[in-house]
Structure formats: structure tokens, C-alpha cells
Design a protein around this ligand. Structure first.
Ligand code: ADP
Ligand code: MG
Length: 297
């Protein structure tokens, strides 16, 4: 390959807000035919909003007993869900301090409040793992909210589930257009998320990803496995993500692309970083690589 053409390609990339780790990366994009997209913060804005808070017990105050303890813990997490919960909680009053904070990628968080209460916030299976078991009624309520398209997390205090928080995250304004462009380039867009299937399908439908190309409830480790499975099936895979939970899959992919709005861990693992956090930069980056490679062929 002609190093000058590759260097020119990386230079053009940075003008377009696409930071390319090394000129070699452009060569690695050769043959990419599948583009795996993380949902939260990649296809959606990641500006998650709390839409509804419900206490399981009808005489409990949803703010005092569900949102406030959850928000106190989530202040310590950088996850988009956490930022939304912390913002909603602090908008209603001062939040208690917490200690012994621990975050479980793809599951949730836990911490101990100043008054000694242990609080767990996360998806249903995560609460079960933390031995705060949800009953059938509580699980059905979560599932019903997910079918309405809400990302739904549960909150437990001292090992007892106390309620749920329903959140919403809209697709980025340019997501549908960008996915149409990827398809026009002959690429297969795939949606990969730790979120629940009904929520993932609602987003996929809005942006034009085929229902059969949606993989939901995928843990961070399984994101790597999924990328490897696609590679084993003969696909050359670009993976686009923003979170700590995407880092390993970004490294496994033939081409790892991080959103500049995302976490440092994701950017370190990736081959390219998109400074404009628009999905449109993905087809732009792939077109740039193709054009550069055509020059040096
Ligand atoms: P995504 O693939 O959409 O970026 P993640 O793998 O980060 O999602 O998270 C998967 C699921 O784990 C979330 O939908 C949520 O239910 C739960 N979760 C992860 N982090 C948190 C957190 N800080 N607070 C509450 N729930 C969380
Ligand atoms: Mg994400």
C-alpha cells in the first residue's frame, strides 16, 4: 500500500471529525460487510429521560421510597440510565450520600446510603443475582412497560424490591437516514444491546434495522461472543459503541468505532473515534476508507 494515500485518508478523516488510530486501520476496513451498532448512546441519543416511577406498595411514596434512594446511588455511575435517574431525583430534592458503591456493567449498581440502607438498581435479572428477588407480578409489570418501549429498571432497598423506574431514549435524528445509507453501501446493520428485546425492537423498527438483526439482553461479555459468531460465520465486522460495556467487542471487531461522546475505555479499544456523535459519521467513515483504498489499489 502507498503510505502517502493512507496518510492523506487519515488527514481527510480528521477534517471530517473521524480520528483514525493509524493509517493501517483504513486497510482493516477492507471487506467490512456487517455493522454492529450498540443501542444506547450510539443509535439513540443516550439522553435518557425518566418518564415514570412506580412503587410496588400502593401506600409508598414513589419519590421518597423509589426514586430518591435510586438517584442517590446512580449519582456515582456514568451510565446514561444512571445520569437520567440522578437528574430526576436531584430535581426533587437533595440526595443522601452513599458509600461502598459498586457498578456491574450490563446489570446495574449498588451502594449503601448514609442511613445504612443498601440500595440496588438495575435490570430484573440483576436484582435476582443480588438476591432481591422479584415476584411474578413485579416481573410482569416490568415486562409490560418494556412492551410499551420503556427501558425499565427495578429498585431494591435492603434486599426487598420497592418499585420501578421507566425511562425513554429517542433515536438520534440522523439514525434512520444513516442506517439507510449503510444498507445502500451494501452493509448489514445489526443492533446489539443489553436492554430488553421489546425495547430494542421498538428502536430497530424506528430506524429501519431488520427485526431478525436485533440481539437484545446481551451482556458485555456476550457482545464479544456475538461479534465473534458473526466473524465465524464469515462476516467482516465493524462494531460501533460508546460504553465501557462495548470496549471488548470494539477490540474484537475487525474495525472498532467509538463515539467521541462515550467513555475513554471505548475510545482506547477502538480503531476510530467519531468526534461528531452523529451516526452519520459511520457511513462517512466507511466511504472514506473505501475511497482511500481505491486510490492505492
Ligand atoms: P446498552 O447495551 O443498551 O448500552 P448496557 O449493557 O449498558 O446497555 O446495560 C444493559 C442493562 O443493564 C440496561 O438496560 C439496564 O437495565 C441495566 N443497567 C446497566 N447499567 C445500569 C445502571 N447504572 N443503573 C441501572 N441499570 C443499569
Ligand atoms: Mg451504549
Amino acid at each position: 500500500a502507498t503510505p502517502t494515500a493512507l496518510l492523506a485518508g487519515t488527514g481527510r478523516g480528521s477534517q471530517l471529525g473521524i480520528l483514525i488510530k493509524s493509517a493501517q486501520v483504513l486497510e482493516d476496513t477492507r471487506g467490512v460487510n456487517t455493522v454492529v451498532l450498540d443501542k444506547t448512546g450510539t443509535v439513540t441519543t443516550g439522553d435518557v429521560e425518566v418518564i415514570q416511577v412506580e412503587a410496588f406498595s400502593s401506600d409508598a411514596d414513589p419519590y421518597l421510597e423509589v426514586l430518591a434512594p435510586a438517584a442517590a446511588v446512580e449519582q456515582r455511575s456514568e451510565h446514561p440510565i444512571a445520569r437520567a435517574i440522578a437528574a430526576a431525583g436531584s430535581a426533587r430534592g437533595t440526595l443522601p450520600e452513599s458509600q461502598d458503591f459498586k457498578s456491574y456493567a450490563g446489570g446495574g449498581v449498588r451502594a449503601v446510603l448514609a442511613d445504612g440502607r443498601t440500595v440496588v438498581v438495575g435490570k430484573a435479572d440483576f436484582l435476582d443475582e443480588r438476591r432481591a428477588f422479584l415476584n411474578d407480578y413485579q416481573r410482569e409489570l416490568i415486562s409490560a412497560k418494556e412492551h410499551e418501549g420503556f427501558t425499565t429498571v427495578a429498585v431494591a432497598v435492603n434486599g426487598k424490591p420497592v418499585g420501578i423506574i421507566c425511562l425513554q431514549d429517542a433515536p438520534k435524528p440522523d439514525s434512520a437516514q444513516s442506517i439507510a445509507e449503510l444498507k445502500a453501501l451494501g452493509l448489514r446493520p445489526v443492533l446489539l444491546t443489553g436492554d430488553a428485546l421489546p425495547v430494542a425492537q421498538a428502536v430497530a423498527q424506528q430506524v429501519g434495522i431488520d427485526e431478525s438483526d436485533v440481539f437484545a439482553q446481551v451482556s458485555p461479555e456476550d457482545k464479544v461472543t456475538k461479534v465473534r459468531e458473526l466473524q465465524d460465520a464469515g462476516q467482516t465486522v465493524a462494531m460501533v459503541g460508546d460504553g465501557v460495556n462495548d470496549a471488548a467487542a470494539l477490540a474484537q471487531a475487525d474495525l472498532g468505532i467509538a463515539m467521541g461522546s462515550g467513555t475513554d475505555v471505548a475510545m482506547e479499544a477502538a480503531d476510530m473515534t467519531l468526534m461528531r456523535s452523529e451516526l452519520a459519521s459511520v457511513p462517512t467513515a466507511l466511504k472514506l476508507s473505501r475511497a482511500t483504498l481505491r486510490l492505492i489499489k
